[in-house]
Design a protein around this ligand. Structure first.
Ligand code: ATP
Length: 324
């Protein structure tokens, strides 16, 4: 009798939890019909981003959903949205609301007019002076520190998800990874689908969890605040060198090296010890050895700002051999 009572109690609790999430989310629900879709900005792994209008310019990210698991996806989506609505920080994209009824699941955020760090660094090949590099990085650390303080793990921090809006950093695409994994379950049944440029942001503990075949249940991928710090290390490296770590190594070699705890060599990188130390700390093999964003930001602020991060006349040639 006791076990029947406790099962009933836990079912009740879960019903109440779901119900209170639904009630709390009502004010963030944007009816699909109220949105005006103007143009496609781009297609990502899990859906399409549109420039649109909802009381002004907005970005609308609509997700490709799998009809077989649509109820599961709708529930997962609502869970993620209940986290997004808690975010208010000047270095995070403004979450404005969401379309929460299948088949139209999407989120509406402020529209970023300017370019991502990825575009600045890898397409336009711009190099930033050290003082700008430090300002950008500390704004990223600030936004990320806030997310973590709110109990949200980004799970997909990368230069493509960081906009520079008139000198201000705006981080996008946070906290939706659990839901998006559900959108993609069986498309690559016997192979591991690796989008270009994704691996170098993944911490060793995530590498260990990668398996070919059916995607993992989202909870089994050990994303954490520490894995976000690892990804930040890679963005710091991109800002300093204009390249990704392990550039031109095949995916299998990157997975093997990172999984073993081997880091990109910094031997030929023209930067001071304290700048390199930040990289080594962020890329620590043991998750708990990585600094958190609050102390990272303090470390960044203490860096001398005058030196150049990299000079176009002295291109950095990175050796692929590992530095212990
Ligand atoms: P991935 O799916 O691997 O993360 P991605 O970052 O290119 O790749 P999306 O996040 O879906 O994929 O973004 C698609 C496009 O929309 C990108 O060009 C991105 O820069 C742009 N974008 C995303 N959010 C906004 C926003 N708030 N304002 C303006 N453009 C945006």
């Amino acid at each position: 009798v006791d076990s029947i009572d406790s099962t009933e109690e836990s079912l009740n609790q879960s019903w109440h939890r779901q119900n209170s999430i639904s009630v709390a989310l009502k004010e963030w629900d944007i009816p699909y019909e109220d949105l005006q879709f103007d143009s496609i900005v781009g297609k990502g792994r899990f859906g399409t981003v549109f420039k649109g209008n909802w009381h002004g310019d907005v970005a609308i990210k609509m997700f490709d959903i799998d009809t077989d698991t649509k109820m599961e996806q709708q529930a997962a989506f609502k869970m993620e949205v209940s986290m997004l609505k808690k975010t208010r920080h000047e270095n995070l994209v403004l979450f404005m609301g969401a379309c929460m009824k299948t088949p139209h699941l999407g989120i509406v955020t402020s529209y970023c007019k300017l370019s991502t760090l990825h575009t600045h660094i890898h397409q336009r090949r711009e190099s930033f002076p050290m003082n700008r590099t430090v300002i950008i990085s500390s704004q990223i650390a600030q936004g990320m520190g806030y997310l973590h303080a709110r109990g949200i793990v980004h799970k997909d921090l990368k230069s493509k998800n960081i906009f520079l809006e008139s000198g201000k950093v705006v981080i996008t695409d946070y906290g939706l990874f659990n839901f998006t994994k559900l959108c993609h379950d069986d498309r690559h049944a016997n192979s591991l689908h690796i989008p270009p440029g994704w691996l170098c942001y993944l911490a060793p503990e995530i590498m260990h969890s990668l398996r070919p075949g059916k995607s993992k249940v989202p909870d089994e991928v050990p994303f954490s605040t520490h894995s976000d710090v690892y990804a930040f290390g890679t963005v710091w490296y991109e800002l300093l060198t204009g390249e990704w770590p392990f550039r031109s190594l095949p995916p299998e070699a990157i997975i093997w090296q990172v999984g073993k705890g081997i880091k990109q060599s910094l031997a030929s990188m023209q930067a001071s010890r304290d700048v390199k130390d930040i990289l080594m700390l962020c890329w620590s093999f043991k998750p708990t050895d990585r600094q958190d964003f609050v102390s990272l930001q303090r470390t960044l602020e203490r860096l001398p700002k005058k030196r150049l991060a990299r000079s176009p006349s002295h291109p950095v040639h990175l050796s692929r051999s590992a530095e212990s």
